[in-house]
Design a protein around this ligand. Structure first.
Ligand SMILES: *[C@@H]1O[C@H](CO)[C@@H](O)[C@H](O)[C@H]1NC(C)=O
Length: 423
């Protein structure tokens, strides 16, 4: 609408009118969007110039500066090697490498050095710093830092390939022929209190199929459930610590309803949610405070249905007898995915961060310890190769197996295993 005012109309009087129209439009349409642009708001809050990321004084934890070179190469100021978070660091390298490839192809690379601290823990950034800090989730929305896509999206092209394939499988499974059941599978871990509450609800007369598939952070499931029950002040029941059959993700579209729970490690975000939108099912989300960057755009009753132990039963009963509402929710979830979670949307979010940093940070090479820093880029010969660079070279189904989305072996005996932390 604003485009209609061509340069010809730009005499003083019409310009005045044009500006007030602009103001009005901003008030009506623009401000909410500007307010929703948390990337710009985050970058704008820094004084100029924005300092570069600096490892000095940081605790030994799953965090490292990421430096993006003018040519799009990536330098990690600290190689997490075999410590916690190392797989996520390499998946983030893969993610950013894919983003950089897209930006290069569209001539949108910043072409200057930019840097930020990347926090790989699921619980999120804990400390505000004078340079930009990026997290993948926050257990508490009041934590500092900017939320960006978690590395489990892998490269944007891989993500589009994987999710389109999932959608294609789901389309073949007619909704009305699916199991009229809510599915949840997940690990037991130190942050699994809400998951235990779900398990303790039982099947709700056959409407719920929820179960543990593995254990994270405890020696065995028994100990995990005992500890969580203790903390909840709940009486132990034998059935609470039974392992369930694994349901491979390709089977998720046999179900009408899929449930998302907060993560097992700390009760923060869980990457599970990003996989649930592509199965043509109604998505239910257990109420929790944790955040990823896209949660503020989710609308209860439009894209998903919020539940917890107080109303899961009632809401499932309602859904199971309202086909029209189910249809709207399935369509709403799919529309949400298209609007916010496709590969090009991820690229767009990074581009806004990179552009903001490029405008505010000085164009200087990183000050890093040569012995600690690493890169998986051939062009970065000045830095050591990261210990786990081979992760960044996985492709296609090998990535899906690495992430546990495709079973590595026939899903016969569920077992305690050391997986990539789902977060
Ligand atoms: C997955 O679905 C297939 C049919 O598509 C079925 O044969 C198999 O038993 C299912 N596996 C599980 C663990 O549900």
């Amino acid at each position: 609408m604003l485009m209609r005012h061509g340069p010809k109309n730009y005499d003083r009087s019409s310009r005045g009118r044009c500006l007030s129209t602009t103001m009005l439009l901003y008030l009506l349409l623009g401000l909410p969007r500007i307010k929703g642009d948390d990337v710009a708001a985050y970058v704008d809050a820094f004084p100029s110039p924005i300092p570069h990321c600096d490892m000095r004084g940081l605790p030994p934890a799953a965090l490292s500066c990421v430096h993006l070179a003018p040519d799009g190469s990536l330098v990690h100021a600290k190689d997490l090697r075999s410590t916690a978070g190392s797989a996520k660091q390499m998946l983030m390298d893969m993610h950013l490498r894919g983003v950089v490839g897209k930006l290069r192809a569209s001539h949108r690379l910043p072409g200057r050095w930019v840097s930020f601290l990347s926090v790989y823990t699921a619980s999120g950034p804990a400390t505000k710093r004078n340079y930009p800090v990026v997290g993948i989730g926050k257990r508490d929305p009041r934590q500092p830092g900017l939320l960006m896509p978690n590395p489990f999206f892998v490269a944007p092209d891989w993500w589009d390939w994987y999710s389109r394939r999932t959608q294609a499988v789901a389309r073949k499974r007619e909704f009305d022929k699916r199991r009229d059941v809510l599915l949840f599978r997940g690990a037991c871990g130190p942050g699994g209190h809400e998951r235990l509450k779900l398990m303790r609800l039982g099947t709700l007369n056959g409407a719920v199929d929820a179960g543990w598939t593995s254990v994270d952070g405890y020696t065995d499931l028994e100990t995990c459930v005992a500890d969580l029950s203790n903390q909840l002040g709940a009486k132990r029941r034998k059935r609470d610590s039974e392992l369930s059959t694994r349901v491979p993700m390709v089977n998720y579209s046999h179900y009408r309803y899929l449930l998302h729970m907060p993560g097992s490690a700390t009760g923060s975000y869980s990457r599970n949610l990003q996989y649930l939108w592509s199965h043509g099912a109604v998505v239910l989300i257990w109420r929790h405070d944790a955040l990823e960057w896209y949660y503020p755009f989710l609308r209860d009753g439009v894209h998903y249905v919020s539940v917890d132990e107080t109303d899961l039963e009632r809401k499932l009963v309602e859904l199971r007898r309202d086909p029209e509402r189910r249809r709207r929710l399935v369509a709403g979830g799919a529309a949400f995915f298209e609007a916010h979670l496709r590969g090009d949307r991820l690229v767009d979010r990074w581009r806004r961060l990179f552009d903001g940093l490029a405008a505010g940070q000085s164009d200087t090479p990183p000050l890093v310890s040569q012995s600690a820093a690493c890169s998986c880029d051939a062009g970065m010969a000045a830095y050591a190769s990261c210990e786990k660079c081979e992760i960044t070279r996985k492709r296609g189904n090998t990535v899906a197996k690495f992430l546990g989305l495709i079973p590595k072996r026939p899903p016969a005996a569920p077992a305690v295993e050391h997986r990539v932390h789902a977060g």
